[in-house]
Design a protein around this ligand. Structure first.
Ligand SMILES: [Zn+2]
Length: 364
């Protein structure tokens, strides 16, 4: 008897547990645990899940469900009330655990998700949200992400935010996000050393706007950002600008004006104020300070294919036969940052890339 060809075919059917778990969650079937969170309008709302799924990604859930031996173990359909996470965020978080494709729409969503991931010590969720934050980092969200990164000790994200502050400080100071930042963030921001500032007075005016914006809701706001005020290099300003601000007392104004470089007697300097008389240098770093040059570099960088040739090519810059100079260096730098935004580059790498581009003749 000859075997039929069908028999030789490899049997490949398997149960797709991922799909089953996901559909059980989406359809809220066979749930053995429930959570109550408040929705956006503040009303309590309930969502079910499966202990096994949650425990497999987080020891915090394991302790919650089976923590004390005498306690909650084995009781089905218990309801855990969660006070500090909204239903929207908790749904995102559970959805991630079940393998749903999660879209965190704005910086607040990312920040809230970060909080949940940290609270339940879910490593995969933390890696996911860190990546989402890094990939979407821009001027409009860098302050919110900086605060998130500070809360959760995410140093890489924090450094990436600081990089944006430094490159785009002038835009940041005049943005509406600046007005919404926490006082501690403003203080840390003013402590940074900025290579490219159009004018010192921008810091003072930005701080004035910040205080005017926030003192309706917080009468203590001026004292909370006092440390930022003291970082302003008043000694590089004009007497009239010092006179005009409402952030200094008359005594402070008088003392600061007495210390202006012409007199150069710092003995009367009000306590804690910056004694720096040197203006921040605008053209210290070529690339970061030159907006047009930076934009041109971004253009070359963001185009995935060679900028030396016409648009219809599919080779990279370093593969191009027309490109001179150290092509490997360009490749190495791109790969170091995984081809992400130029604003994430360190000063040194940016200058190195600038030099490499120059050698290719793509920029002058
Ligand atoms: Zn080419």
């Amino acid at each position: 008897m000859t075997e039929s060809p069908e028999k030789k075919r490899k049997i490949s059917h398997k149960i797709d547990y991922n799909a089953l778990h996901l559909s059980s969650f989406v359809e809220q079937k066979h749930c053995d645990i429930k959570f109550e969170c408040k929705d956006i309008s503040g009303c309590p709302s309930i969502i079910g899940a499966h202990k096994m799924m949650l425990m497999s990604v987080s020891e915090v859930f394991e302790t919650m469900f089976y923590g004390d031996a005498e306690g909650s173990s084995g009781v089905n359909n218990e309801i855990f009330v969660i006070q500090d996470i909204t239903m929207e965020t908790f749904k995102h978080f559970l959805g991630f655990i079940y393998g749903l494709d999660i879209q965190l729409k704005n910086a607040q969503n990312v920040s809230d998700f970060y909080y949940a991931a940290q609270k339940y010590a879910c490593k995969d969720a933390l890696l996911f949200v860190h990546e989402v934050a890094i990939n979407s980092l821009c001027l409009n969200n860098c302050l919110v992400f900086y605060e998130t990164a500070s809360r959760h000790s995410d140093d890489t994200l924090k450094a990436a935010c600081i990089q944006i502050f430094k490159v785009q400080i002038n835009d940041l100071l005049s943005s509406s996000e600046f007005l919404k930042a926490a006082p501690e963030t403003i203080n840390s921001l003013f402590e940074l050393d900025f290579p490219a500032v159009f004018s010192e007075i921008d810091f003072l005016w930005a701080l004035e706007r910040y205080i005017r914006h926030n003192d309706k809701t917080d009468s203590e706001i001026a004292s909370k950002v006092r440390s930022a005020l003291k970082q302003i290099r008043f000694l590089t300003l004009h007497e009239n600008d010092i006179q005009a601000t409402f952030l200094l007392t008359d005594e402070e104004k008088e003392a600061l004006i007495k210390c202006l470089p012409d007199d150069a007697n710092l003995s009367e300097m009000p306590e804690g104020f910056s004694v720096l008389c040197k203006k921040r240098q605008f053209r210290l770093y070529i690339v970061k300070a030159d907006v047009q040059l930076f934009a041109r570099m971004q253009e070359i960088h963001n185009r995935k294919t060679c900028s030396k040739c016409s648009f219809a090519n599919n080779h990279t810059l370093w593969e191009c036969s027309k490109v001179a100079g150290n092509k490997q260096q360009i490749k190495d730098i791109y790969e170091k940052y995984q081809h992400k935004d130029l604003t994430l580059y360190t000063h040194d790498d940016l200058e190195a890339l600038y030099a490499a581009y120059k050698k290719t003749g793509l920029i002058n």
